[in-house]
Design a protein around this ligand. Structure first.
Ligand code: ATR
Length: 328
């Protein structure tokens, strides 16, 4: 299995982990609890080590609770990442802001540890940058959690290059989590160089473009009836145009006799030794196929063909509110 070091932590991980969000929210109804626990156990059996969750996934943090149920009795075998920052209205679930204060970091980690049924998390991210709290203050607070043994390594999610550099001057930042895929390459100009400069791994989320890059949507598909319907890339003519672009990925998949999603994952992993990725799935067959993509090498000419697609994608990856939460 392809292994990569996380930042300069000395911790090595398989280059492909499991983004667990979709088991609880955003991509259709939550997976039934027993089936979700079974899938997480099967993931471990298939070599998955790195499980990614967040306080905000699932109303009442049900995604962390799920991971606690599934992983607490095999804690030594797994690497658990969770995140703090975004706040939700406890009744409606609406997003009501981001809090990167020391108080909120301390409050949140205690809840996360309780729900995850563990006394430490391997990687603790600031999920979105709090524009009211200097990043140095947040990272100092997170460093106190490292000191206290509650957290092994610190990460940031959707932070700008400048924020990453400022954060790194306070404490090593092991990981920057950002959306990165054949269709979403905007981090290449500034963030990836900043990761290389600061010794930070890139954890690429939505490597399958929320399912778009698996080839499961055609030009005549309508948007799935879930959160994705609110995102510009899944709407109307944009969805048709974007689905048509996937034909190029399909054609490389056919040449190699592999699945379209595997090409999308292999492309992400081909972009640098400091990159790991965390696709999400609710299905064992997809999980096995995704894990197998770690062994797939693309020829330079194939990478070139894939590199031409991003500029032709129609629509932003998030709606206006989501884009505003991204620190650029
Ligand atoms: P995120 O990181 O936000 O979870 P992603 O990994 O880019 O997003 O995409 C997740 C989506 O891809 C899910 O809808 C998942 O659907 P299933 O639960 O049906 O698997 C889909 N997906 C994941 N792996 C896939 C695969 N190998 N083939 C087809 N679809 C896949």
């Amino acid at each position: 299995m392809q292994e990569r070091e996380l930042g300069n932590t000395g911790i090595t991980l398989p280059s492909l982990g499991f983004g667990c969000m979709g088991l609880s929210e955003f991509y259709g109804p939550p997976t039934e609890a027993k089936a979700a626990v079974r899938l997480l156990h099967e993931a471990i059996e298939h070599g998955v080590v790195h499980f990614d969750t967040a306080e905000m996934y699932g109303m009442g943090s049900t995604n962390e609770q799920l991971l606690g149920t599934a992983l607490h009795d095999r804690r030594e075998q797994v690497f658990i990442a969770t995140k703090v920052g975004p706040l939700r209205d406890s009744t409606t679930g609406a997003f009501i802001g981001v809090d990167g204060s020391r108080e909120n970091c301390r409050r949140a980690i205690e809840g996360s540890l309780r729900r995850l049924r563990t006394d430490y998390v391997d990687l603790y991210y600031l999920h979105r940058v709090d524009t009211e709290t200097p990043i140095e203050t947040t990272v100092e607070a997170m460093a106190e959690l490292v000191e206290a043994g509650m957290v092994r390594a610190i990460g940031l999610s959707e932070a700008s290059a400048e924020t990453l550099k400022r954060a790194s001057s306070v404490h090593p930042i092991a990981a920057l989590q950002s959306e990165y895929s054949i269709f979403s390459r905007d981090i290449e100009s500034e963030m990836i160089p900043a990761c290389l400069e600061t010794g930070t791994s890139l954890v690429a989320y939505s490597p399958l473009g929320r399912g778009l890059l698996s080839g499961r949507f055609s030009e005549s598909s309508s948007a799935p009836e879930d959160y994705r319907a609110s995102t510009p890339r899944f709407q109307g003519e944009a969805l048709a145009a974007n689905a048509a672009l996937v034909a190029e990925i399909d054609s490389i998949a056919s040449e190699l006799g592999v699945a379209t999603a595997q090409i999308a994952l292999a492309w992400v992993l081909s972009r640098g030794e400091h990159i790991v990725t965390i696709p999400g799935t609710t299905k064992l067959e997809h999980l096995k196929s995704n894990v197998a993509a770690m062994a797939l090498a693309l020829a330079p000419a194939q990478v070139d063909r894939l590199n031409r697609l991003a500029d032709r994608v129609i629509g932003e990856r998030y709606d206006a509110r989501g884009m505003a939460s991204v620190n650029r």
